[in-house]
Design a binder for this molecule. Structure first.
Ligand code: DO4
Ligand code: MG
Length: 275
């Protein structure tokens, strides 16, 4: 079962049928502890309507904060150690990869986040920018994983590499986050074999493509959520990106007009153009 947000309200997709939920805000749904059990009951009382087009879909976020985990894949550890070696910061990434406490950082709010078809941005003062395709957890106020979406943790690698203390500037800026297309509503873990796929198109040619399976994710999603909620409350629930395992080569940087396509089979495809 999938949940989408549109300008006219939320829509549930089940068995290729679409149920429009009148008068239910995304907040009122994401605040529920019982979302996976509640939605089937709700649509049982509604008649399905015509198709939902991607152009109607908005980022599936309301008042939630978006947080992110870092260095959760071996590939991310290596790339970060390399980019930070001149600043002396490389060692931090190795240490956090093996530490018990994960790296968790604040990533975005709805105002900095775009949905499918929206434009993500590269910072004007950055010269090395990449997308980070990440499985993103939908977390209830009490810390239950009630769904999954696709996240793009847009990152300025030169700023991050210059000094690890610049991380918030490398990660949090207007248009630095994309979420969508919708939410796969489920509290069941996705199979380890699930692939995250990234394709970057430039002038209709594939400039970069890569994939990683969830089996490479070093941290258990439930443990990441448990750390995030320690002494930290989320009355509207929150999103938690689980880190990237796909890093383009160091010679690659995003450019205006590039199209970033991220696919996670059970969730869908999130496509955004770079502004
Ligand atoms: O510590 C830097 C950021 C790591 C990150 O965003 C990732 O591994 O996905
Ligand atoms: Mg990331």
């Amino acid at each position: 079962m999938k949940l989408y947000r549109t300008a006219a309200g939320c829509v549930v997709e089940e068995d290729s049928k679409y149920y429009r939920l009148a008068g239910r805000s995304i907040d009122s749904l994401l605040e529920r502890e019982d979302l996976p059990e509640y939605l089937p009951d709700l649509i049982a009382e509604i008649k399905p309507t015509g198709e939902l087009h991607a152009t109607e879909m908005l980022a599936p976020i309301g008042s939630q904060e978006v947080w992110a985990a870092g260095v959760t894949y071996f590939r991310s550890r290596g790339a970060r150690m390399e980019e930070a070696k001149d600043s002396g910061g490389g060692d931090f990434y190795d240490r956090v990869y093996t530490a018990e406490r994960p790296e968790l950082f604040f990533k975005s709010t709805a105002s900095r986040t775009v949905g499918i078809g929206g434009k993500v941005r590269i910072r004007a003062d950055a010269h090395w920018s990449v997308p980070e395709p990440e499985l993103t957890l939908v977390v209830s106020p009490k810390g239950r994983i009630t769904g999954y979406t696709i996240g793009n943790d847009m990152s300025s690698r030169d700023i991050e590499g210059e000094n690890p203390l610049y991380l918030p500037q490398a990660k949090v800026y207007n248009g630095s986050c994309a979420l969508g297309p919708g939410i796969l509503v489920s509290d069941r873990a996705l199979p380890d074999s699930t692939e995250i796929m990234l394709e970057i198109l430039r002038h209709d040619h594939v400039a970069f493509s890569g994939s990683v399976a969830l089996t490479e994710l070093k941290r258990d999603p439930k443990t990441l959520v448990e750390y995030l909620l320690r002494d930290n409350s989320f009355p509207h629930g929150c999103f938690l990106m689980t880190g990237t395992g796909i890093v383009p080569p160091s010679s690659f940087t995003l450019a205006t007009g590039d199209r970033i396509r991220i696919t996670i089979g059970p969730i869908g495809t999130l496509e955004n153009e770079v502004a």
